[in-house]
Ligand binder design. Structure first.
Ligand SMILES: O=P(O)(O)OC[C@H]1O[C@H](O[C@H]2O[C@H](CO)[C@@H](O)[C@H](O)[C@H]2O)[C@H](O)[C@@H](O)[C@@H]1O
Length: 277
């Protein structure tokens, strides 16, 4: 029996050996940041974004991790911050990053995000262009965010989805200068401000003064976060698709098991540390 197995008993028995070993190491970090994507990672994908919820085991693990000393948890999402707050429903000690890093809910709730006049004008133009596309292609709809829009094509046919993406890209680029475009699962996102989840993770690492970062994500935009990780960090890809993450699991159910095991390992390690007084 390995050291990890003897410390945790049957917890995490469904988690592959190499991930268990990697979790055993990162659980011993001086200060740990657990940064997690929401859709496709904590929450299974559903047709209506408003109906997405973290799996009960994932949510329980997030709450457990957030209550452990020297450990911070952050959700890092492409969703608008208010949408993330609504679906995630987590306490204030969980840090939130919305709109791929544009919006932050850290420990000071008074930090409010605003657009300058030029950004607001570009946002207006962008909204008009995308609304026109959605009005003309069946089952395509626009999700409004503070600094941009997501053009959703999940329920459209493959052909209509391709048409919507092509037209939206060419029209938006023709009408609005300096656009940020992000590709996601059945979604094309347009923003008037450019940030990445990689920048968000770097910001959170500094903000929380963490010595190691665990990051889990499923989508193309999460690759920026994985790329921002160092050798003493740990990246976990949820689901299929190319990735630079260290490890991969099949989807949200397995992510939940990994988070539960991480919480157990972290609690066990901290409990075994000699007390300073
Ligand atoms: O960064 P994330 O937390 O993964 O957010 C990415 C996008 O998630 C949402 O869209 C995706 O999930 C929906 C619900 O499962 C699904 O219907 C849609 O097809 C997916 O693209 C959200 O609506 C977007 O705003 C986020 O950027």
């Amino acid at each position: 029996m390995s050291t990890i197995d003897s410390r945790i008993g049957s917890a995490g028995s469904g988690v592959p050996r190499e991930i268990r070993d990697a979790l055993g190491e990162i659980a011993k970090s001086r200060s740990l940041l657990v940064a997690l994507d929401f859709d496709g990672t904590l929450a299974p994908t559903v047709d209506d974004p408003a109906m997405a919820r973290a799996l009960p085991e994932a949510r329980a693990a997030v709450l457990r991790l957030a209550s452990i000393a020297h450990t911070r948890v952050a959700l890092v999402s492409g969703r608008a911050l208010d949408s993330l707050e609504e679906v995630a429903d987590v306490p204030d000690e969980v840090l939130l990053v919305g709109s791929h890093g544009i919006e932050l809910r850290l420990d000071n709730p008074d930090d409010v995000f605003t657009l300058d006049e030029h950004e607001q004008a570009r946002l207006g133009l962008l909204g008009d262009v995308l609304d026109q596309v959605a009005d003309n292609v069946e089952e395509v709809w626009v999700e409004v965010k503070p600094a941009g829009f997501a053009l959703h094509t999940r329920l459209a046919t493959d052909k209509n989805s391709r048409i919507a993406h092509l037209v939206a890209l060419s029209e938006a680029r023709a009408e609005v200068e300096d656009l940020t475009v992000r590709h996601g699962k059945d979604v094309l996102e347009f923003s008037v401000r450019s940030t990445t989840k990689g920048e968000a993770v770097e910001h959170l690492r500094r903000y929380t003064d963490s010595s190691s970062v665990f990051y889990a994500g499923d989508d193309i935009t999460d690759e920026d976060a994985f790329a921002a990780l160092a050798s003493h960090d740990l990246g976990l890809k949820s689901g299929t698709g190319p990735t630079v993450a260290d490890h991969r699991v099949a989807g949200p159910e397995d992510v939940a098991h990994v988070l539960t095991l991480l919480a157990t390992l972290r609690e066990t390690w901290l409990a075994e540390l000699p007390q300073s007084n």
